[in-house]
Design a protein around this ligand. Structure first.
Ligand SMILES: [Zn+2]
Length: 219
């Protein structure tokens, strides 16, 4: 795996799609379970189950791993950060909205920037009716524009489009959302992909480091 993508708009230390061994020192990541629970880095132990993790300025880097699911890294202007893992199950449970809400609750009133990393693209992500039914409740507005027909009972699903809609619903403005251009993990051999290589595929780490704590100014 040779990727290691960055988005200048995020401004703090981060990388999409690196080998898990390339994690920065002290990084923590939860045990991912395709849910919508968000935890704070300070509460994260090896077995802690969650799919989004927040870290405040001056604290430690956080990350999540994927191989076709959507990685979202986001920060507030004051340097509080979140790493979110969202597959179709997480999307159906609102994990992106939950992660962004946790950022907003931790650093109220601060503008938020978010980046969507490489995931399975609409060229390669075919889903069946039960998946679409699960997504229908949460994503009713965006789902019709995020699918196109494939075989009977199946559709090609545009995961990044749903992620974009979720970020926008969570209050992140479109100018503050970025994405990596070479997006589809299944098409591009630089990425790990379960759809392409099966369950034994490797995993890609996406991490983000919080900003420095604000120091008080005395005059
Ligand atoms: Zn593709």
């Amino acid at each position: 795996m040779t990727a290691a993508l960055q988005l200048s708009m995020l401004g703090v230390g981060h990388a999409f799609a690196v080998a898990p061994e390339a994690a920065p020192p002290r990084l923590v990541r939860p045990t991912q379970v395709h849910g919508s629970r968000v935890i704070d880095a300070a509460d994260c132990e090896a077995e802690t189950e969650a799919d989004a993790i927040v870290s405040v300025p001056g604290s430690i880097p956080v990350g999540i791993v994927t191989a076709d699911c959507i990685p979202v890294l986001a920060r507030t202007e004051g340097g509080t950060v979140v790493a979110i893992h969202a597959g179709w199950r997480g999307l159906a449970l609102g994990v992106i909205e939950a992660g962004i809400q946790a950022l907003a609750d931790t650093a109220p009133g601060e503008a938020i920037s978010a980046g969507i990393g490489p995931c399975a693209g609409p060229c390669c992500y075919e889903v069946d009716s039960p998946v679409l039914d699960a997504l229908e409740d949460w994503h009713a507005g965006a789902l019709s524009t995020a699918v196109r027909p494939s075989r009977p009972g199946h559709q090609w699903l545009d995961l990044p489009r749903l992620a974009l809609a979720a970020l926008s619903r969570a209050g992140v403005t479109s100018q503050s959302i970025g994405g990596v251009p070479e997006g589809c993990t299944v098409c591009h051999p630089a990425f790990e992909s379960v759809r392409r290589d099966g369950a034994g595929a490797g995993r890609m780490l996406h991490w983000i480091s919080p900003g420095e704590p604000k120091t008080k100014q005395y005059c």
